[in-house]
Design a protein around this ligand. Structure first.
Ligand SMILES: NC(=O)c1ccc[n+]([C@@H]2O[C@H](COP(=O)([O-])OP(=O)(O)OC[C@H]3O[C@@H](n4cnc5c(N)ncnc54)[C@H](OP(=O)(O)O)[C@@H]3O)[C@@H](O)[C@H]2O)c1
Length: 349
């Protein structure tokens, strides 16, 4: 499987990373281990987990898998900290005392001596950024982690972190893990141009929009059955109503059209669009069955043409906020979308 650089960290990651958010929850341990085996067999070498996934169980499942398979030395492991690990308010955040405990707990659950990529799961408004970054730099110096990543940061959060690490000579931010798919392109408005400018690797999560882009949900038919939305009647219906928009169905029509003409699945079309966007280090796959994994890995055997990329990019283009993006485009000659290969109508005409 193709390996891509993870920002300027010196690490390389597989272009399809294996997300493990469902491990220990929707996906039991035996199936999780089969999925890990199949991913490894296909040449995949990048796993993404988090302490909070099933409150530590996802990390433990990976740890037991690593322990039970001999000769796995070259898998790059990413985990995260920040969200509550218990009801105790001290068990969360990105402050020094908590992160020090959280990292040791993750190392122990995973059964490893060093974590390749340690990510802050989201911006933490309660902790000075300086404290977080100094702590993380200390982890790198102590040899407990190899690189630092962040997730769910706004553009200005990321810019502050990049500038602070540069000024202080601390370990740089290697990656951003943002939500990104044909149904969620908000990051193109701020953090993605910054990542391109600063060579920060992007690790998109929910590349299928939580399963929507596989085509499994239908217009005005609320989900039932064995799907992420059908599983949870309350949260699932809320999530369905949120995405049940004309924009979604227009995007899905084009995805379906391309899938039919190429004789591939809609999931493969959607995953390849993310894989072929600029600045992507690794697309994080989320699967709950081997069949889904096999389908998704099939995307690696073909590529979207320039024309197919253009059609998908056009139909899924996010609206441009009137200000400042529209203003800059109309009155200041800023070709905001140029580097992202997207031209959209300026709302100012
Ligand atoms: N940093 C963060 O805040 C954050 C947040 C979310 C996720 N993540 C990471 O990103 C990874 C992927 O996220 P995600 O699970 O939301 O990704 P996703 O690809 O958008 O959705 C995955 C879901 O889509 C369905 N699916 C996948 N492949 C399919 C196929 N070929 N055909 C039909 N359905 C298919 C499955 O759901 P059903 O079968 O159940 O419907 C699967 O659980 C996670 O495991 C995690 O590592 C990070």
């Amino acid at each position: 499987m193709e390996q891509r650089p993870l920002g300027t960290s010196g690490l390389s990651v597989s272009v399809f990373g294996l997300g493990t958010m469902t491990f220990g929850d929707e996906t039991d341990e035996a199936t999780s281990h089969e999925i890990l085996d199949r991913y490894l067999e296909a040449g995949g070498r990048f796993l993404d987990t988090a302490d909070v996934y099933t409150r530590g169980v996802s990390e433990e499942i990976i740890g037991r898998w690593l322990g039970s398979r001999s000769g796995i030395h070259d898998v790059v492991i990413a985990t995260k900290a920040r969200f509550p690990m218990s009801d105790d308010p001290v068990d969360r955040g990105t402050g020094r005392a908590y992160l020090t405990r959280a990292l040791d707990a993750s190392l122990s659950r995973l059964g490893v001596e060093v974590i390749d990529l340690y990510q802050m799961h989201a911006w933490d408004p309660a902790t000075p950024l300086e404290e977080t970054l100094e702590t993380l730099n200390g982890f790198v110096e102590a040899g407990k982690i190899r690189a630092i990543g962040v997730s769910n940061y706004l553009g200005w959060h990321l810019e502050r972190a990049v500038t602070m690490t540069h000024r202080r000579g601390w370990a740089p931010i290697a990656s951003l893990q943002p939500q990104y798919s044909l149904l969620g392109r908000e990051i193109e408005l701020d953090s993605m141009p910054l990542c391109l400018d600063q060579s920060i690797g992007m690790l998109p999560w929910s590349p299928l929009g939580g399963g929507w882009l596989s085509g499994k949900y239908s217009r005005d038919m609320r989900p039932t059955g064995d799907t992420r939305l059908g599983d949870d009647p309350n949260r699932g219906i809320e999530a369905y109503d949120f995405r049940n928009t004309e924009h979604t169905w227009r995007v899905l029509e084009v995805v379906e059209d391309i899938a039919e003409s190429r004789e591939v699945t809609m999931s493969q079309v959607a995953l390849n669009w993310v894989r072929q966007r600029p600045g992507i280090s690794s697309v994080l796959l989320g699967v709950r069955t081997i069949a889904q994994l096999d389908d998704n890995l099939g995307a690696l055997s073909w590529e979207l043409s320039d024309d197919e990329m253009r059609r998908l990019t056009e139909v899924s283009a996010p609206g441009v906020p009137l200000y400042p993006h529209g203003f800059l485009e109309s009155y200041a000659g800023v070709d905001y979308w140029e580097r992202l290969g997207t031209r959209v109508e300026s709302p100012l005409g």
